[in-house]
Design a protein around this ligand. Structure first.
Ligand code: ADP
Length: 214
């Protein structure tokens, strides 16, 4: 399979789609948000800085996130999905150099086109498993946990992400519009961009994505 990047507004479902792809096509799912949350859990000095950024809805510095990402990418032997990186044009340039160094290639960019209202609704209703990071939605039957408030896989209480508040979501969304959305033009010009418009269910979105990667 070809390596791919997901670009989408915060809480738009790229994590869910990445997991579906990883399960069906054996991709490695690399979520920079998850890598950062792992660093926070380690309670290192770096973790404290990252925790502060995330709780305010700020982007982590390009330097820090790029080093963490390169560490992870170095050990990857199979096809991978990049979820959450690049988020600005500096990261695009860093990524290009990194891929050259690691002798890897990314050929597909998928943009999930989800409206602000939809993404905000998903962020505010999102619950996450603190162990496996699987996400659920409180308010829709499709992605509700089988037992209310519990992870289907780990059987542990689900939690809310600290950055899934209205205020922090608005900041993250604004960052997306100002810094990340302009990358679509860049990848469009390179002929790498595929746009998936909003569908009714995660499995409909997944079918659209499958058409792109096959
Ligand atoms: P979402 O897609 O809902 O914004 P993520 O889990 O992808 O959530 O990211 C959570 C947070 O981690 C972001 O709001 C940001 O603070 C930080 N982050 C993730 N990836 C990057 C990145 N590439 N550059 C800078 N900060 C990042």
């Amino acid at each position: 399979m070809k390596n791919l990047i997901f670009i989408a507004p915060p809480a738009s479902g790229k994590g869910t789609q990445s997991n579906l792809l990883a399960n069906k096509y054996n991709y490695e799912h690399i979520s920079t948000g998850d890598l950062l949350r792992k660093e926070i859990d380690l309670k290192t000095k770096l973790g404290l800085i990252i925790k502060d950024n995330l709780s305010k809805g700020e982007q982590v510095s390009d330097n820090i996130i790029s080093k963490i990402l390169e560490n992870r990418l170095t050990s990857i032997k199979k096809s991978f999905i990049l979820d959450g990186y690049p988020r600005n044009i500096t990261q695009v340039k860093i990524l290009e150099k990194m891929l050259k160094r690691l002798n890897k290639k990314i050929e597909i960019i998928i943009y999930l086109n989800v409206s602000k209202a939809e993404a905000s609704n998903r962020a505010l209703n999102r619950l996450i498993c603190p162990i496996c990071n699987k996400t659920y939605q409180k308010n829709t039957d499709i992605v509700k946990p089988k037992v209310e408030g519990m992870c289907d896989i780990c059987n542990i209480a689900l939690v809310k992400r600290t950055d899934d508040t209205k205020e922090t979501f608005n900041l993250r969304y604004q960052n997306f519009i100002e810094k990340t959305k302009p990358l679509l033009d860049y990848y469009q010009n390179k002929g790498m961009l595929h746009i998936i418009n909003k569908t009714k269910t995660p499995s409909e979105t997944f079918s659209e994505i499958e058409k792109v990667i096959k």
